[in-house]
Design a protein around this ligand. Sequence first.
Ligand SMILES: [Zn+2]
Length: 85
Amino acid sequence: MRQCAKMRCEERAVATVALRYAERVVWIRDLIPQRDPNLLDLCVDHADRLTPPLRWRLLDERRVDEVPGAAEGAGPVTVADRLPA
Ligand SMILES: [Zn+2]
């Protein structure tokens, strides 16, 4: 397992974060198989709490495996439910 890159965090890394300076984009994706020294591996907590620098955009391309609220008896979630209206 890979550990979160944040200091003193011992959680398992689940996401990889890349900074695209040319586009000013903070790019979050599912953990890549090979560790890349140019990228940051973060746990779900730190990835979720990530805030982009001023005038940067956050691009979250992680797959949505768990839909918040789905466990509370909201019924089956279809793909259409996840699309923006
Ligand atoms: Zn962490």
